[in-house]
Write a protein that binds this ligand. Sequence first.
Ligand SMILES: [Mg+2]
Length: 325
Amino acid sequence: MKHATWMTLAMLGLLAGGCGAQKVLLGTESSYVFVASDALALPGESVDIAAQLRAGDFLQGAAGHPVRFFRGGEFYKVAETDTAGVATVAFTPPRPGNYPFRAEVVATGLEDDPPSPATFYVVCRKADEPIVIVDLDKTIVASGFHTVLIGSPAPMANSQDVLKRLGRKHTIVYLTHRPDLFGIKSRQFLDDRGYPFGPLLLSSVSGFMKGSGAFKSGELAELRKRFKNVRIGIGDKLSDAQAYHENGLRAFLIIEMPHADEPEPYEELANDLDALDKQIEVVARWRQIEKALFDGESYPRADMQTQLYTLADDARRKLRDVEDD
Ligand SMILES: [Mg+2]
């Protein structure tokens, strides 16, 4: 099943499944879902930081609840949730750095135990900070989205090493089409698996509905208005790679090599790659991305297509040999 389909099913399961489903799928402990997302800011720039409280079987926004924001353990500001359940306060980071925040719903007026506090960062970087954009599912997470929901997914081989190496001179921005409801599980994965620190930017429900390509193009365009050195984009969807490329990034598409006896899966993938601009590089492994970025190698999509057509021919020859026997 395609990962967007899994995600859509998960969303439906959550909306209809109530508290038990939330605990399993989202990693929450209460009947409320309370999430806050990281933000990326320039020095001296005021950014809105927001936390959202949802409740009930359909995860409706819960209005009129005070949310207290703490910055690095110190009380910062309080704001009340609006009709969408969102409490927003402004913050202006004075200089580059990682500013940890915590948001807590005030327990008074809640029908059930309050949700766990939400932790997040305002990540402040100068406008010329070198930035790498990386996707999550099937890019650093080896499997599709469904394993994220029900278990502990495995990382893609070597993705941590390569991102750590890149992280020495770049800020890694984790940009995913996963809805922000999955922020807790996504952050846990990055922390538990030793990925370098970086802001985690998820889609809202409306961003999710736009589709991955449109969502990422929109986010990238916004980011590039403020940050002038967004250099590299890595993802597994053609639409992601195209979005990176169209926004002036060095774009890498990471594909899953078919393992088939028949030629068709190889040919279909090779044909699909025609949709990509020629400059987009296509790889099957993180080590290739490392060689491209640190050893001056390149992986034009035409080379991958040649490789795939060769594999298709090999498969066809083997099938013919079997028939001839
Ligand atoms: Mg993906």
